[in-house]
Design a protein around this ligand. Structure first.
Ligand SMILES: [Zn+2]
Length: 431
C-alpha cells in the first residue's frame, strides 16, 4: 500500500464532512472529491437549461443529492451516428454514440471533469407525444436510477429541429422477446431461471419504493448478449387514478381488474409477469393465436388464460406451472409477491449452480431437462409448428403498447353517447 491516504482536498473539504446526507465525503488519491464535484455541478447550473423549469429542477436535484445518479443535460451535438430503430406510441427510438461521455466527478488535480461512457453507444427515446409526462418519468428515475436489474438513464437532450425532448439511456443488444425468438430451442433451465430471477429482483426494487411498472412485457425487458441477467425498461410507471377510462399497454399482459377499469397495482404487475413466465416456456407471447380485441378482454375477465401446448408439458416442472397460474389469479390477493418470487427463483438458482442441496423443486427441473433432452431440436420445432398454439400469430394480435379503453371507460363513453354529449367519434380507438 504505497499510496498515502488523502484527508483534505485543495478546497479544504475533509473526509469527515458529509457530501451527501447519508455518506461522508470521499477524497480519492486520483484527485476526486465528492464535495468539489457537487460544487462544480452547481457552478455549471447557469450554463445549461432544458427550457423546462421542472425538468431542470429534477436534474439539478439529482446532481446535488444523489451520488450515483446524476441526470444530466446532454447537448444534441454530442449525440453522433444517430440511427432510427423503432417507432412507438409516444415517439421514436434511436441508437447514437455519446461522443464526449457523461460528467461523473471533478478532478482537482487535472482541474477538469472525469467523464464516463466516452464514445459509448446509447439509446435515445424522442418523445413526440405531448401527453407524455416526462417530468413524472424523471421523478421516478431519480429514485431508482443506478439500481441493479433496472436500465440506466443518463439524462435528457432535445432535438433542435423538432423541439422534442429525448431520454438518453443505456443501450442493450436485445429485448427479451427478440432474444427468445432467436434462442428459445437452445435455452436451458439455468438461463431461464437467471432471467426470471433478475426480473423479479428488479420488480422487488420498484415495489420497495412503491413504484408500479404498468407496462411489463417481454419487449421492455432488455438484455446484453452473453449475459443471462436482464434489465427493466421503466417506460410506464404508476397510475394514480382510481378508475381508468383508458389504459396503455398490450391486452394479454394487462390484469383483468385493470381491464375492468381499476388501478394498476403491484399485484397487477405480477399478472403481467405471468405472461413472461409463459413466453419463457412456450416460445410465444400469451394469446398469440387470437385477436387482441374487446372479446379477448371479456374472456380474460371471465378467467380465460393462455394454454400450454400438451407436448411441452413434460419439459416444464409442475411447480412452475402452478406458480404461473397463481400469477394469473383473478383475485389479485392470491398472486405471489415480487419478494416471494425473487426468493423462490433465488433458491432455485442456488440449486442449479450446486450451492445448496437438491430439493423437490430441483428434482422436477432435472426431470424436465432430461425429458427435453430426449426430444431432438428438429422434432421439437416440428411439434411446435403443428401445435394449435404455434408461433403463427393472429393478424389482429398486437404486442405494441397502445391506448385501450377499459370496460369502465367504455361504459362512460356509451353513457355519453346515449345522453347526446358525445357523437361516438372517439370510437376510432375502440378495438
Ligand atoms: Zn473538495
Amino acid at each position: 500500500m504505497s499510496q498515502k491516504e488523502i484527508k483534505y482536498c485543495p478546497e479544504g473539504h475533509s473526509t469527515a464532512d458529509f457530501a451527501y446526507s447519508h455518506l461522508k465525503n470521499s477524497i480519492r488519491s486520483g484527485g476526486i472529491c465528492d464535495l468539489c464535484t457537487k460544487k462544480h455541478f452547481i457552478q455549471e447550473f447557469k450554463t445549461w437549461s432544458s427550457g423546462n423549469a421542472n425538468i431542470d429542477k429534477i436534474m439539478k436535484e439529482s446532481q446535488i443529492n444523489n451520488i450515483y445518479c446524476k441526470l444530466q443535460w446532454i447537448h444534441y451535438d454530442d449525440l453522433k451516428e444517430i440511427q432510427h430503430l423503432a417507432d412507438g406510441i409516444h415517439g421514436s427510438v434511436y441508437s447514437a454514440k455519446l461522443e464526449n461521455g457523461i460528467k461523473r466527478s471533478w478532478n482537482f488535480i487535472k482541474k477538469d471533469w472525469k467523464y464516463n461512457s466516452v464514445g459509448k453507444k446509447v439509446a435515445l427515446k424522442e418523445i413526440k407525444d405531448s401527453r407524455y409526462d416526462i417530468v413524472e418519468f424523471l421523478k421516478v428515475i431519480k429514485t431508482v436510477n443506478n439500481s441493479d436489474f433496472i436500465a440506466k438513464y443518463y439524462g435528457i437532450s432535445k432535438n433542435p429541429s423538432t423541439q422534442n425532448y429525448i431520454i438518453v439511456m443505456e443501450s442493450f443488444d436485445d429485448d427479451l422477446h427478440k432474444f427468445l425468438t432467436k434462442n428459445f430451442w437452445d435455452l436451458k433451465w439455468q438461463t431461464k431461471i437467471d432471467i426470471l430471477l433478475s426480473i423479479t429482483k428488479g420488480l422487488r426494487i420498484l415495489h420497495a419504493k412503491n413504484l408500479v411498472h404498468c407496462n411489463l412485457h417481454s419487449g421492455n425487458i432488455l438484455k446484453y448478449s452473453g449475459i443471462s441477467e436482464v434489465y427493466l425498461d421503466l417506460c410506464k410507471l404508476e397510475n394514480g387514478n382510481n378508475k381508468n377510462n383508458k389504459i396503455y399497454g398490450s391486452i394479454p399482459y394487462i390484469p383483468p381488474e385493470v381491464l375492468r377499469g381499476n388501478k394498476f397495482t403491484m399485484e397487477g404487475v405480477i399478472y403481467s409477469f405471468g405472461g413472461i413466465m409463459y413466453e419463457l416456456i412456450t416460445a410465444q407471447q400469451p394469446f398469440a393465436d387470437q385477436a387482441h380485441d374487446t372479446y379477448l378482454m371479456i374472456d380474460i375477465c371471465n378467467g380465460v388464460r393462455p394454454k400450454v401446448p400438451d407436448f411441452m408439458l413434460n419439459w416444464i416442472p409442475e411447480w412452475y406451472l402452478d406458480l404461473m397460474y397463481r400469477c394469473w389469479s383473478d383475485d389479485p390477493s392470491k398472486r405471489p409477491t415480487s419478494t416471494e418470487l425473487s426468493d423462490l427463483f433465488y433458491d432455485v438458482a442456488l440449486s442449479l449452480y450446486g450451492y445448496i442441496m437438491h430439493n423437490n423443486v430441483m428434482q422436477q427441473l432435472e426431470i424436465a431437462d432430461e425429458n427435453q433432452k430426449n426430444t431432438s431440436k428438429s422434432q421439437k420445432q416440428e411439434l411446435f409448428e403443428l401445435s394449435p398454439y404455434s408461433s403463427k400469430s393472429h393478424p389482429q394480435s398486437c404486442y405494441i403498447s397502445r391506448h385501450i379503453y377499459t370496460f369502465h371507460g367504455l361504459r362512460c363513453l356509451l353513457e355519453e353517447i346515449k345522453s347526446g354529449k358525445s357523437s361516438g367519434i372517439f370510437f376510432d380507438n375502440f378495438i
